[in-house]
Design a protein around this ligand. Structure first.
Ligand code: SAM
Ligand code: SF4
Length: 333
């Protein structure tokens, strides 16, 4: 699938729930949350069918996300069916890690069970190593659970465990170098992400926003000049650097300040309530649940995907017309 601007679509982010056991300020509204009714969420069967249709059209990589995907009941039953989609080359999970130690069956942690389903990578959100700050950012005192989850992911032997840290001035800015050391000690790939205006509350204020360039300067002040690694890519928009004197690499995802951010975009998003979104930072979304539940044929659904790709914008609207609307937790980060 290729859009009008030459973006080749090979990657589908699949949100399987709008629910979460945390309440990150930048992701979820803080007021009492009304979850989507069960009937409005794609069933496992429907989700698998849409992923299969996407693989017919050239999608080779998916990432399961949410909300917190591991809060979905019996989620491992869905994961166990993914390897049957033979065209998939890479399956990943985005998680806050707090449920990775949970036993799925006696003697089998969630992390091990996910690994056995053929998942190659786990992306874990961790904005700070300070317990009080973690509780403020996520609304839950779950840092110990998240750290145990990271250990469980490492022990389960995923080829790649990444740590994603959303940058926020006045919140985690002073702890960035500690995260760099934390990642180095465990051989994890750390990425710093600029705050995006996706939540319903307007978190993207001058006081909150911390550009990647500034985070980089903070890190260079402690570790020395970072060495650009233009050849190193991970299927996304991160720009990587090596730390001087270490084999460690770190990445920066400058969604707001990098004007070339969208040039190599290869993604589509499927929300848990069955909407296809051609771009995270655009209001455009198309209801594929409707034809799906009206017995559309595979051909019709494939055409639906192609029509959505045709509407993919050249770049996101975050710097221009975008105002917080749908919360990230429903879109799937
Ligand atoms: N619950 C899982 C987790 O926390 O990783 C998966 C879903 S979460 C929406 C996926 C990623 O989106 C996380 O790394 C999170 O930090 C990021 N995210 C959420 N809201 C964001 C925002 N407003 N700006 C930048 N990143 C955001
Ligand atoms: Fe939950 Fe992840 Fe959103 Fe935090 S970023 S509220 S952990 S879905």
């Amino acid at each position: 699938m290729e859009d009008r601007f030459g973006h080749r679509i090979s990657y589908l982010r699949v949100s399987i729930t709008d629910r979460c056991n945390e309440r990150c300020t930048y992701c979820m509204p803080q007021e009492l949350q009304e979850w989507l009714p069960r009937h409005d969420i794609l069933t496992f069967e429907e989700t698998l069918r849409l992923i299969r249709i996407a693989t017919d059209l050239g999608v080779t990589k998916i990432r399961l996300t949410g909300g917190e995907p591991l809060t979905r009941r019996d989620v491992i039953q869905l994961f166990r069916q993914l390897p049957s989609l033979t065209r998939l080359r890479d399956i990943g999970l985005s998680t806050n890690a707090t449920l990775l130690t949970r036993e799925v069956e006696p003697g089998l942690t969630m992390a091990q069970a996910v690994r056995r389903c053929g998942f190659r990578s786990v992306n874990i959100s961790l904005d700070t190593l300070d317990r009080a700050e973690y509780a403020k950012i996520t609304g839950r005192d779950l840092l110990p659970a998240a750290l145990a989850g990271i250990d469980a992911a490492i022990a389960a032997g995923f080829p790649q465990v990444k740590i994603n840290c959303v940058l926020m001035r006045g919140r985690n800015a002073s702890g960035l170098t500690k995260l760099v050391d934390f990642a180095a000690e465990r051989n994890l790939l750390l990425r710093f992400i600029e705050l995006m205006p996706v939540s319903t509350t307007d978190v993207l204020t001058e006081e909150n926003f911390l550009p990647v360039a500034e985070a980089r300067r903070t890190i260079e002040a402690k570790f020395g000049s970072l060495i650009p690694q233009p050849e190193f890519k991970t299927n996304g928009p991160a720009i990587y650097y090596q730390l001087p004197g270490r084999s460690q690499r770190i990445g920066f995802i400058g969604a707001m300040t990098n004007l070339h951010f969208c040039e190599s975009c290869n993604k589509l998003r499927l929300t848990c309530d069955g909407k296809l979104r051609p771009c995270l930072g655009s209001y455009l979304e198309f209801d594929i649940m409707k034809p799906l539940r009206a017995n559309a044929s595979d051909d019709e659904l494939r055409q639906f995907f192609l029509d959505v790709v045709e509407r993919k914008p050249e770049q996101h609207d975050f710097r221009t017309t975008y105002k917080p609307d749908r919360k990230m937790v429903a879109i799937g980060g």
